[in-house]
Design a protein around this ligand. Structure first.
Ligand code: FAS
Ligand code: PHB
Length: 391
């Protein structure tokens, strides 16, 4: 098999790039380890930055997002029961975000690939990357049953998430990894209930952080900060709802509609960046190169700028013979990646309780939050990061 760009990973990063390139006449083959049902069974991000939404529309995948997604001009932050609204539109110069689940984004992208006749191969095994930085073009192999399939290509894009093989294909003496692990995780629940509030609520509380989010007006998404030692089995639905009420302002807690969980999971929180994001003819994108704690809703949205830079770099390469974009991809993508790392770390550090925090640390957290939300300068920095820094 031969193609121009071989993309490893059928999550939003790989799918969005393959769709954008296809629309510009650039041939791709996308390899996905799991079945489509498995990929679509994941519950992940819920908030799309302005830039991500624009890319979905450019990829001709924005119709359902625009019809069913909700535009949010603000969110709330509560600090031990006192609530403050962060007016995104006012403090970001007019931008907002779209609340639309990553599961739906991924479904729309798969449907669009089918509609265009894109090559998406599921259930591939033993994907291996070859000749990434050699005088000959790269190729990728994978196992299909007893058969080894070879794909010759010009470029390989590693959009295979944190646990995929692409980042590991970069030699250890080239790859630099930066990581910060947080001493807690997020226990997330999905329930067919009316959201407790029309906008998201990020709740700081001495008992721990909580987040009230949603997927629609009939599907709510809630999170509780929990110790890393907790398991889902430790948390009945009733225990979850009781604890959530304790961490929310009384007026909000009183309105909480509870119901059975249709999904419940715990995700550890980490910050991670791999550099460089290019090695020879391999380009890393999305979670393959960086991970953020979900506090700032930056995970999926940071992948968007990787895809934007790669898309334009490859179009310039194939349509104009101009390699400037590809040559500067890693430094350009990382410049924005580190800014989203900073914002995610900042919100995580201010809104969560840390087991080893001294009373002084806790006072500093309160002062930090009070300054951020109590000044135009602070609100502007929160808003412009949350709606998405420019690509
Ligand atoms: P993905 O991990 O989504 O996709 C990579 C794909 O590569 C997967 O489908 C995988 O099966 C495939 N793959 C892996 N190895 C392979 C191989 N060897 N061969 C072929 N394919 C292979 N972000 C937010 O903004 N808000 C959130 O609330 C949020 N919650 C999250 C909760 C969890 C549990 C996780 C893990 C992440 C969460 N994120 C959240 C971040 C998440 O949204 C990612 O940023 C997003 O999935 C990134 O998309 P991709 O880069 O496509 O990576
Ligand atoms: C979600 O709805 O899953 C969500 C929203 C905002 C975040 C994190 C997760 O910051």
């Amino acid at each position: 098999m031969k193609t121009q760009v071989c993309i490893i990973g059928g999550g939003p990063s790989g799918l969005l790039l393959s769709q954008l390139l296809h629309l510009r006449g650039i041939d791709t083959v996308l390899l996905e380890k799991h079945s489509r049902e498995y990929v679509l069974g994941r519950i992940r991000a819920g908030v799309l930055e302005h830039g991500f939404a624009e890319l979905m529309r450019e990829a001709q995948c924005g119709a359902r997002m625009d019809a069913e997604g909700e535009i949010h001009d603000a969110f709330e932050v509560s600090d031990n029961g006192v609530i403050k609204r962060v007016d995104l539109k006012k403090y970001s110069g007019g931008s907002s975000v779209v609340v639309y689940g990553q599961t739906e984004v991924t479904r729309d992208l798969y449907d669009a690939r089918d509609k265009l006749g894109g090559t998406v191969i599921h259930n591939v095994e033993d994907v291996a990357l070859h000749d990434l930085n050699a005088p000959v073009p790269p190729h990728v192999t994978y196992r299909d049953g007893d058969e080894i399939i070879r794909i010759d290509c010009d470029f390989v894009v590693g959009a295979d998430g944190f646990h995929g093989p692409s980042r590991k294909a970069i030699p250890k003496d080239v790859l630099r990894e930066y990581e910060k692990v947080y001493p807690f995780g997020w226990l997330g629940i999905l329930s067919r209930t009316r959201p407790v509030h029309p906008e998201l609520i990020y709740a700081r509380h001495e008992r721990g952080f909580a987040l009230c989010s949603m997927r629609s007006q009939v599907l709510s998404r809630y999170y509780l900060q929990v110790p890393l030692t907790d398991t889902v089995a430790d948390w009945s639905d009733a225990a979850f709802w009781d604890e959530l009420r304790k961490r929310l302002p009384a007026g909000i807690a009183a309105k909480l509609e509870t119901g059975p969980s249709i999904e419940k999971s715990i995700a550890p929180l980490r910050s991670f960046v791999a550099e460089p994001m290019r090695w020879g003819n391999l380009f890393l994108a999305g979670d393959a190169a960086h991970i953020v704690p979900p506090t700032g809703a930056r995970g999926l949205n940071t992948a968007a700028s990787d895809i934007y830079y790669l898309y334009h770099g490859m179009v310039d390469h194939y349509l104009s013979g101009d390699d400037t974009g590809l040559e500067h991809y890693s430094e350009k993508a990382l410049a924005r990646v580190w800014k989203t790392q900073r914002f995610s770390w900042q919100l995580t550090s201010i809104l969560h309780t840390f087991p080893d925090a001294s009373p002084y640390d806790q006072k500093l957290q309160s002062a930090d939050l009070e300054y951020l939300l109590g000044s135009d300068a602070g609100l502007t920095t929160v808003a412009e990061n949350y709606v998405g820094l420019p690509f």
